[in-house]
Design a protein. Structure first.
Length: 496
């Protein structure tokens, strides 16, 4: 079935009336040949006002606009063109597509006003966001799904003193402190892979060249179909807070250590009290028992007028009393040392006389056939604390007497700068495994047997010597006995 030309034209016009776009057809003289209803509505015209009339006569305001420029371009070049423009008369944004047709042109208009407004709203929102973000007091960032940063705000750039291009992608990691970098990257990757929020702290290079602690947080972003499109977050300078926290943490550690030390001292004091009670009760019981026994026998001997035996027991009682005094002196000396109440009183005195007086004081302790022999070389006068020196020699010599049956040898050498004292016995010695504890409080070697003692003497000796800026060491062998070596400073004033 064949259609006549008029029927075919009518069919085309019907199709053009059904399309959603506005459509006009212009001849080579710029006169309207066809206008669909959508175009009439858009132009707010009747068909009679347009058909056969020139577009420039009907719409003179179009002359000189982008519409005229593009229409004439199509008419002259016979090439299609498309563009967007605002139609002032209808107050609409139009997408215009113009095609050469026959000797004239055909024009399609699509009303894109709503799309344009939506786009403008999006642009305005984006501009508003960037304005807010770039002026925010915190660093703001976003990343694409490939984990690289695609945006950082001006606050970030000012903090780092770097350009946007330097920070995009993984470039921002260059400013992370090297020791923190791997940890941060692992934390960052783990959060991205699991699509979870994250927060981490690390040191970031500031524009002044110093590293500052920052708190870096991020959350995943999703589009309308809940597909993750990247991350966004903040980075806050928390350097002051971290430093304050570290300082407080240090103080807590320091305070905890102090409290632990106090508790340890209290624990040690309790242990010492227990030891004191144990030692004191044991050491006092024996001399008190001896004194009580001697007093009972003395009553009998006095009744018998046996003065020789009475004198013997008087000596025993004196010895017991002296032993108790020595124990008390040890405890008192230790207490003063613990409290820091020892006063050093240096003066010039004769060391040889002090030694001889000490030896004389110890004569009652000597065992049968036991003697204290000494060699003295150098200056007789020294400048030191006489009481402390006397106590040192008294302790060393009394120990040598108690733990040896043989002679004790003392050697002293003095010059204007140094004092050297050695005390050697031929006694039981000190087991090698126990020698490291020799100067500890209450230490008594396992081989002392029934020899009495508090285990305080050598500890006191060492502390006296340290107070005098001296040193003490020893050598010991269970077969050969023990020798103590004391070094003390002297002063040329003693030689004057």
């Amino acid at each position: 079935m064949k259609y006549t030309e008029s029927e075919e034209l009518l069919s085309v016009e019907m199709i053009l009336q059904e399309i959603s776009d506005a459509f006009v057809s212009l001849d080579k003289e710029w006169c309207f040949r066809f206008v669909n209803d959508r175009a009439l509505f858009l132009m707010d015209k009747e068909e009679a006002e347009l058909i056969g009339n020139s577009i420039w006569d009907v719409f003179p305001e179009t002359i000189g606009t982008i519409f005229e420029k593009n229409y004439r371009g199509v008419m002259n070049s016979r090439r299609q063109v498309s563009f967007e423009a605002f139609h002032a008369a209808s107050k609409t944004w139009l997408e215009v597509r113009a095609y050469p047709h026959g000797s004239g042109i055909s024009i399609f208009y699509t009303d894109i006003t709503d799309n344009k407004k939506a786009h403008e709203i999006v642009e305005a929102s984006e501009k508003w966001f960037h304005n807010i973000a770039n002026n925010a007091p915190v660093m703001i960032w976003s990343s694409s799904i490939n984990k690289g940063l695609n945006y950082v705000n001006n606050t970030w750039l000012k903090f780092c003193g770097r350009s946007l291009q330097q920070e995009l992608g993984l470039g921002w990691l260059d400013s992370v402190f090297e020791e923190d970098r791997n940890r941060v990257l692992l934390h960052y990757d783990d959060a991205f892979n699991r699509r979870v929020e994250f927060r981490t702290e690390y040191r970031l290079l500031h524009c002044d060249g110093a590293y500052r602690w920052v708190s870096h947080a991020g959350i995943p972003l999703y589009n309308s179909d809940q597909t993750c499109i990247g991350y966004a977050g903040t980075c806050i300078d928390v350097n002051e807070q971290v430093l304050v926290y570290q300082e407080l943490e240090g103080k807590v550690v320091e305070r905890t250590a102090e409290l632990s030390a106090v508790l340890e001292r209290e624990k040690e004091q309790n242990i010492q009290k227990s030891r004191f009670v144990s030692i004191a009760s044991h050491e006092f019981r024996t001399p008190l028992s001896t004194m009580l026994s001697s007093l009972g026998l003395m009553e009998q001997y006095l009744a018998m007028n046996d003065t020789v035996k009475v004198e013997k027991h008087v000596v025993r009682i004196k010895g017991s009393i002296k032993h108790m005094i020595n124990i008390l002196n040890d405890f008192l000396s230790l207490d003063k040392l613990e409290q820091g109440n020892i006063q050093i009183e240096k003066a010039v005195f004769r060391l040889d006389t002090c030694l001889e007086e000490t030896i004389e004081e110890l004569q009652p302790m000597l065992k049968p056939a036991q003697s204290i022999l000494y060699d003295y070389i150098g200056f007789h006068s020294i400048y030191s604390d006489e009481k402390m020196i006397h106590n040192v020699m008294l302790n060393l010599l009394s120990n040598a007497i108690k733990y040896s049956d043989e002679d004790i040898r003392v050697q002293i050498r003095v010059d204007d700068q140094n004092i050297y004292i050695s005390v050697a016995d031929q006694g039981v010695g000190i087991p090698e495994a126990e020698q490291h504890s020799l100067f500890s409080k209450y230490f008594r070697a396992s081989n002392v047997g029934s020899v009495k003692g508090t285990g305080l003497g050598l500890n006191i000796v060492q502390r006296y010597i340290e107070l005098l800026n001296g040193t003490i060491h020893f050598s010991s062998n269970p077969q050969d006995g023990t020798t103590f070596y004391v070094h003390l400073p002297n002063s040329p004033i003693a030689a004057m």
